[in-house]
Design a protein around this ligand. Structure first.
Ligand code: MGD
Ligand code: MGD
Ligand code: SF4
Ligand code: FES
Ligand code: MO
Length: 892
């Protein structure tokens, strides 16, 4: 569509507003109630333009082909000035004091020639500083409503409203009380959009964001969403972390963790010197001494037990380049495949299951593609809390009409908006998915042509599914047969159904079977790959858990998931590394602990995982570390694990290092240092190099950029990826085999990546979980996440997030609580067949009767002493989601 702005012809897209058209012509218009991320409101009248005889608000007026728009006349400037003067007249003088570098309002006033004298009102409405991260100065509010729309249209929390009349209108929490007591989840969106400084974050003076001396663009180091962030620093300290408005994944949004939980970097608890255990106590020593001690210990271990007496747990918190270097260290310097990462604890069943079904170990589609789906099946995932930016976008999709099926024992955040919420008993997914598949087959909701051309295994599956009619599946899982049929129809009849899933599928005794039975649904429906796409998308957890495995920090795979058993893959790595690659698969994390307990493992290097707090059956993990002659730990803090180590290396956090992460939908993005590490702390990258050097080996690849390039020479799927390219393009998904070609976002457009090119339907029978409740342990405990803290909590507990969530709570259904004589807030003791934890009761119907839920964000509460050593039969992923427990009031 072509329009004319002050005599200049411009082309704009269909649906563009006059504001878009005027901006396309290069004319700056004030737009105080407007934000491109939000629906226009048209309330402030600062964006007035002329169309023929009419003066209209540009933000709410659609452009039409051939329109002639007047934007720059003195008349319009005067009208805009009048509108803004009226707004400003209700504000106190300090509203404009920040000057032209200050708020959006101050800049607009400057361009319109409105001086501070226009703001003459008195302060009278007061502040709300109750919340740790969002502060409200009511006297600066102009009731533009941007914050309210941000909370509704981007975040989807609906926590805010405008109250009062006329000039007294002001933003307020919808619950009526203080901000701290409101539904606010501190995504920071309101602060980000506020044009006046009425909403601010502590530590960042009004308008300072524009004046900050240093800005570093990087990728969030918390969860796997992979939000692009801008880190503002002054004199080596962070003043704020803002969402990047051009972020490929987050598009100007973020969550409480990435946005606000950065205080840990400057915590006095940060480790700043290497520690060495002497006479039972960890004491600060020089790097030289610490490295020398570890090198000697590793040499001794190899001399006494061979290379397989040494093992490393690599870190999904660390960069790709660090993970690449760690696995290279183990294979080249030590000569063992004993390297694994925390993917073992979360999505190893996804890697195994998706590879078996489709060919590659990642989600099938780019988030933007899957987000266009007309029906979302969200299974065993709580993205509203664990992947907030994704959760918010899925919710917006639903609010705009997409169907939503939630399968989760708990009433998680999205469940409130679901067409159907199925609440299966934990550990019964396989039966439930088979029940859904049965209905798809029985009601002809399958894609026959897709199945004929692109899939294999239908006869076997059809035979198996005969045993899972809705009534039987309902009886096993505890959902209603009607609900199950309704869910199957919704998914089966949708034109573009997409599946998103999480740990509620994987962290089970039969987690890989669960992934495969879930993938069956997409295959039957033809909703993956060469069919209509949309696919099966795991919400990978850690910032770089996808990348840690991609880089080959796995006991059975080289970089790019090349099997150790494949001589060609080993030869390719050997050619680059200059040494033969050991062929025997190494130990998985739980096997490492078992080997340590039995005396076979003699040295364990734990890099950025608090195994004593987060691995299951924690008492047995501690026993393993205590039995191992050398335990080395790379850490930011003296974690539970570091506290048991013989040597602790202090390391840099994600805000202090250079490299890349891979997010949940397989996109590589750059990580850049905004700060120097504290004291003598070094990036893991430098530590691995230093230890290799101490052992007489030069690992090559001096810089992270070199390491990624080298990895691309071994793994063809990463061959087209370099730091330089990512600096230019922002985000590139793998597979990416060629520097000149884009990465493949949506996989399998032509054929699947399995050896025969077909999707493989799987037919695993339903088998019960490893733990069942009984008379002594009558409740089923599910463990998972809460919004304000992150995993072991080592970082978020050292920020003001601690004020948002102060203890590990145990969610109980009110009916169970009454039976146990418990009230909300009572301290409780939880006992399992394996251990004991102390928590605080929270009564809620989010949890089903007979079940309980807690997180594991406060190691001192002991949650992982409760969990068992049952694990996925294929990948050894722990059964964190099912533990039989009993609960009793704690004795004061
Ligand atoms: N705030 C926050 N965000 C995080 C993290 C964090 O600690 N805090 N951790 C990150 C990491 S490492 C990960 S892996 C991701 C995890 O993200 P999610 O997978 O979303 O997290 P969980 O809360 O562990 O589990 C998801 C859901 O599975 C359900 N569930 C349990 N058993 C079953 C079952 O048998 N069937 C079904 N259908 N559902 C079941 C639980 O009720 C729970 O709501 O989050 C990441 N993001
Ligand atoms: N009961 C129960 N337990 C669970 C789960 C569950 O659902 N229920 N989920 C499991 C899952 S999915 C996961 S992923 C694990 C997570 O478990 P962990 O990986 O142990 O947890 P994190 O807190 O993410 O980080 C571990 C440590 O890494 C350190 N760290 C952070 N950045 C860096 C870095 O750049 N380098 C180094 N060297 N260290 C760094 C942190 O200080 C922290 O102590 O927990 C598992 N445990
Ligand atoms: S959603 Fe995940 S990646 Fe984005 S800011 Fe929050 S923790 Fe960081
Ligand atoms: S920006 Fe157009 S009316 Fe406010
Ligand atoms: Mo995870």
């Amino acid at each position: 569509m072509r329009v004319d702005v002050d005599g200049m012809a411009v082309t704009v897209a269909d649906g563009a507003s006059l504001l878009d058209a005027v901006r396309a012509a290069g004319v700056e218009l004030p737009a105080l109630c407007h934000d491109d991320r939000l629906t226009p409101a048209g309330s402030c009248r600062s964006c007035l333009v002329r169309v023929g005889g009419n003066v209209v608000a540009a933000c709410v007026t659609p452009a039409r082909d051939g329109m002639r728009i007047g934007a720059r006349s003195e008349e319009l400037r005067a009208l805009r000035r009048e509108s803004v003067e009226l707004i400003v007249s209700a504000l106190p003088p300090r509203a404009l004091a920040a000057g032209v570098e200050g708020t959006e309002l101050a800049r607009v006033c400057h361009t319109l020639g409105i001086g501070p004298e226009a703001a003459q009102a008195e302060d009278q409405r007061g502040r709300d500083d109750s919340h740790p991260y969002v502060h409200l100065d009511r006297d600066l509010c102009i009731a533009c409503g941007r914050c309210v729309r941000m909370c509704a249209e981007v975040q989807g929390t609906f926590a805010l409203t405008l109250t009062g009349r006329g000039a007294d209108t002001v933003v307020a929490p919808g619950t009526g009380g203080s901000w701290a007591d409101s539904d606010c989840v501190a995504c920071g969106g309101c602060v980000d959009t506020c044009p006046t400084g009425a909403l601010t974050e502590p530590g960042l003076p009004v308008g300072a964001s524009r004046a900050a001396p240093m800005r570093t663009r990087t990728t969030c180091g918390y969860c796997g969403v992979g939000c692009s962030l801008e880190v503002l620093t002054r004199n080596g300290e962070i003043t704020a972390v803002l969402p990047d408005h051009d972020g490929p994944v987050n598009r100007g949004h973020a969550c409480v963790k990435g946005r606000f939980a950065h205080g840990f970097v400057a915590s006095p608890d940060r480790l700043t010197r290497p520690l060495l255990r002497r006479d039972g106590r960890l004491e600060p020593v020089s790097w030289a001494e610490a490295l020398e001690h570890v090198a000697r210990g590793m040499r001794t271990a190899v001399a006494e037990g061979g290379p397989d007496a040494v093992a490393a747990i690599s870190s999904a918190r660390a960069t790709n380049e660090e993970n690449y270097l760690i696995q290279k260290f183990m294979r080249v310097v030590i000569g063992t495949n004993n390297v694994d990462n925390c993917s073992r604890l979360c999505h190893a069943p996804s890697a195994a299951g998706l590879t078996a079904s489709f060919g590659l170990a990642g989600g099938t589609d780019l988030f933007e593609d899957a987000e266009r789906a007309d029906c979302l099946l969200v299974v065993g995932a709580n993205p509203a809390e664990a992947h907030p930016v994704v959760g918010a976008r899925l919710l917006q999709r639903v609010l705009r009409g997409a169907g939503l099926i939630v399968i989760d024992p708990r009433a998680v955040g999205l469940a409130r908006y679901a067409d159907t919420h199925l609440r299966p008993r934990p550990g019964t997914n396989v039966a439930l998915f088979h029940g859904l598949a049965h209905v798809l087959l029985a009601e002809g909701l399958t894609d026959q042509e897709f199945l004929r051309e692109h899939a294999i295994g239908l006869p076997e599956l059809t035979e198996l599914l005969a045993a899972y009619p809705p009534e039987r599946a309902a009886a096993i899982t505890g959902v209603t047969a009607d609900g199950l049929v309704a869910a199957a129809r919704l998914y089966g009849r949708a034109e573009r159904p997409a599946i998103f899933y999480g740990l509620g599928v994987t962290e089970h005794l039969h987690g890989t079977d669960g992934v495969r039975a879930l993938a069956n649904l997409a295959i039957l429906r033809g909703a993956v790959g060469p069919g209509i796409g949309y696919g099966v998308n795991p919400l990978r957890g850690q910032n770089n858990v996808q990348g840690a495995s991609d880089m080959g920090a796995l006991p059975d795979a080289l970089p790019g998931y090349q099997k150790l058993g494949d001589p060609a893959a080993r030869a390719r790595a050997a050619a680059v590394w200059g040494v033969p690659v050991p062929a025997r698969p190494g130990l998985r994390i739980p096997e490492m602990f078992a080997a340590a307990r039995s005396g076979v493992l003699r040295a364990l290097w734990v890099i950025g995982e608090d195994v004593c707090a987060t691995d299951p059956d924690a008492d047995r993990v501690a026993e393993a570390l205590d039995s191992c002659p050398l335990v080395v730990c790379n850490e930011l803090f003296l974690s539970e694990t570091a506290g048991r180590a013989d040597v602790v290396f202090p390391v840099a956090s994600w805000l202090e290092k250079d490299g890349t992460f891979v997010n949940f939908d397989r996109r590589f993005q750059r990580v850049r240092p905004a700060l120097d590490p504290p004291g003598e702390a070094r990036p893991d990258f430098a530590v691995v190099h230093a230890l290799a050097a101490e052992l007489g080996v030069d690992l090559g690849c001096r810089t992270p950029a070199d390491a990624l390039a080298e990895c691309g020479r071994i793994a063809p799927v990463f061959a087209g990826l370099t730091h330089e390219r990512l600096d230019r393009e922002g985000a590139v998904p793998w597979p990416c085999t060629d520097a000149g070609a884009p990465g493949e976002g949506r996989l399998y457009r032509e054929r699947f990546a399995t050896p025969d090119g077909l999707a493989h339907l799987a037919s695993p029978p339903y088998l019960p979980p490893g733990e069942e409740p009984d008379h002594s342990y009558p409740l089923v405990l599910v463990t998972g996440r809460r919004w304000a803290h992150y995993n072991s909590g080592s970082m978020t507990r050292r920020t003001d997030d601690l004020r948002l969530d102060t203890v590990d709570l145990l969610d109980l259904h009110p009916a169970d609580a009454t039976r146990l004589g418990l009230r909300d807030g009572d301290p409780v003791v939880v006992e399992s067949r394996h251990g004991r934890a102390e928590l605080v009761a929270r009564l809620t119907e989010e949890t089903s009767p007979g079940q309980a839920f807690c997180a594991f964000h406060f190691p001192s509460s002991g949650v992982n002493t409760l969990t068992s050593s049952h694990s996925d039969t294929v990948t050894a992923c722990p059964e964190y989601k099912v533990t039989a427990v009993r609960v009793s009031p704690a004795r004061e």
